[in-house]
Design a protein around this ligand. Structure first.
Ligand code: ACO
Ligand code: OAA
Length: 386
């Protein structure tokens, strides 16, 4: 076996590690006031939007920079529902994945493949890029639902024209008309996840966009970054944690043990917020009401206990992923779809940032501080002592 020459780094983690607090670009899309717990999309409070708007309208806002007037909105929705169905080639690809492949991996591969059959493929004009962003937004939920149905031995079904993304995701997943209260809560969750400034996946999308790669490559990069448990993957880890804990009474000893062993608790902590993430309160309420509706209060009760113990012990606040776990579970959604659902929403933010990057582009290429050796002398292979 090869001997590893790479030494354990002696490196201290500086405050700049992970580019903390580094301002890497200017953006008109999303403002996070991390000290005062505010989240703003294009000037509008994201919580107000979640309470009063819908995901399609918020998508319009993020892409076009303003809320639509009624005629603009109708025209936008007509185009949106027109490009609904999945290309048959994509469905064929979905049928080919081995059973062991996770939905997030399927999403990554299938989104990349969608680019091959996009009618605007190769067209980099702004209107074509917007059409691609909208096709991605419509097709990603269909893709996730179709793959899940295939995994469960069912055939994919077509969405209902004229219905929104939240409704059609739930409909094409379950094959039955969803409860309006569940559609409403799901739509709110989509709004609340739609953008979050330069989070890791959006940054990945912008880095790829800055090389002038195509939009499908940018979104594929973003999906890869979202998958990790320090980012979007945390919502699935929260559900696993809830299941391991099992009962509200077990939450305290379980969490205290993890904290003593310096294990980070999924669903807590954030690079930007120094207070409670404003999205948490809305999602907490949604999780409570949908759990009640579904008659399964246990997961919600365990989550409340986890929150109490972590806050008391560490003063680290919950993030957007904490309550989505019990919320989506109460909606009857399988855990492995939680992170793909994050992507269904965040694709709007990613594509808005990609378009913004292209509107004033410069290659993103930072430097690394070199800490390795410098003046080693090459020796032939048979004369090496190490
Ligand atoms: C959609 C999203 O991406 S939201 C984030 C989703 N990710 C998670 O929920 C995973 C769990 N959380 C984490 O791993 C981190 O909080 C991150 C990755 C989100 C942010 O990381 P960073 O900004 O680098 O924070 P960092 O790790 O330096 O934490 C700062 C302090 O808070 C503590 N802390 C942060 N998160 C947690 C946590 N989840 N559980 C317990 N303590 C935590 C750290 O131990 C550290 O304490 P110290 O200063 O005493 O050493
Ligand atoms: O902003 C971040 O670092 C993480 C993120 O995507 C979010 O909280 O929605």
């Amino acid at each position: 076996m090869a001997k590893n020459c790479i030494k354990e780094p002696e490196v201290k983690q500086t405050s700049e590690a992970g580019l903390a607090d580094v301002v890497a670009c200017q953006s008109d899309i999303c403002f996070i006031d991390g000290d005062n717990c505010r989240l703003v999309y294009r000037g509008y409070n994201a919580i107000d939007l979640a309470m009063n708007s819908n995901f399609e309208e918020v998508a319009y806002l993020l892409w076009y920079g303003c809320l639509p007037r009624i005629t603009e909105y109708k025209a936008f929705l007509a185009g949106f529902t027109g490009s609904m169905a999945l290309p048959s080639n994509t469905v064929m690809i979905l049928r080919m994945f081995p059973k062991s492949v996770t939905p997030m991996e399927v999403l990554r591969t299938a989104v990349s493949s969608l680019g091959h059959w996009d009618p605007d493929s190769g067209n980099t004009a702004l209107d074509a890029s917007l059409r691609k962003a909208q096709r991605l937004t419509l097709r990603m939920p269909l893709l996730i639902a179709a793959h899940q149905r295939l995994r469960e031995g069912n055939e994919p079904i077509n969405p209902i024209p004229g219905q929104g993304i939240a409704y059609n995701f739930l409909y094409t997943l379950k094959g039955k008309v969803p409860d309006p209260k569940i559609v409403e809560a799901f739509d709110m969750a989509l709004i609340l996840h739609a953008d979050h400034e330069l989070n890791a996946s959006t940054f990945a999308a912008r880095v790829t966009a800055a090389t002038m790669a195509d939009i499908y490559s940018c979104v594929t990069s973003a999906i890869g970054a979202l998958k990790g448990p320090l980012h979007g993957g945390a919502n699935m880890e929260v559900m696993q944690l809830i299941e391991e804990i099992g009962t509200p009474e077990n939450a305290e000893p379980y969490i205290l043990d993890k904290l003593e062993n310096k294990v980070k608790i999924p669903g807590f902590g954030h690079r930007v917020y120094r207070c409670e993430d404003p999205r948490v309160a809305v999602l907490r309420d949604c999780a409570e009401s949908i759990s009640e509706l579904a008659g399964e209060g246990k997961n919600y009760a365990i989550t409340r206990e986890i929150e109490r113990v972590v806050l008391e012990k560490t003063k680290v606040y919950p993030n957007v992923d904490l309550y989505t776990a019990s919320l989506y579970h109460a909606m009857g959604i399988p855990t492995e779809l939680f992170t793909p659902i994050f992507a269904i929403s965040r694709v709007v933010g990613w594509t808005s940032h990609i378009l913004e990057q292209w509107s004033n582009n410069r290659l993103i290429r930072p430097r690394a501080e070199y800490t390795g050796p410098r003046d080693l002398v090459y020796s032939p292979i048979d004369q090496r002592t190490r």
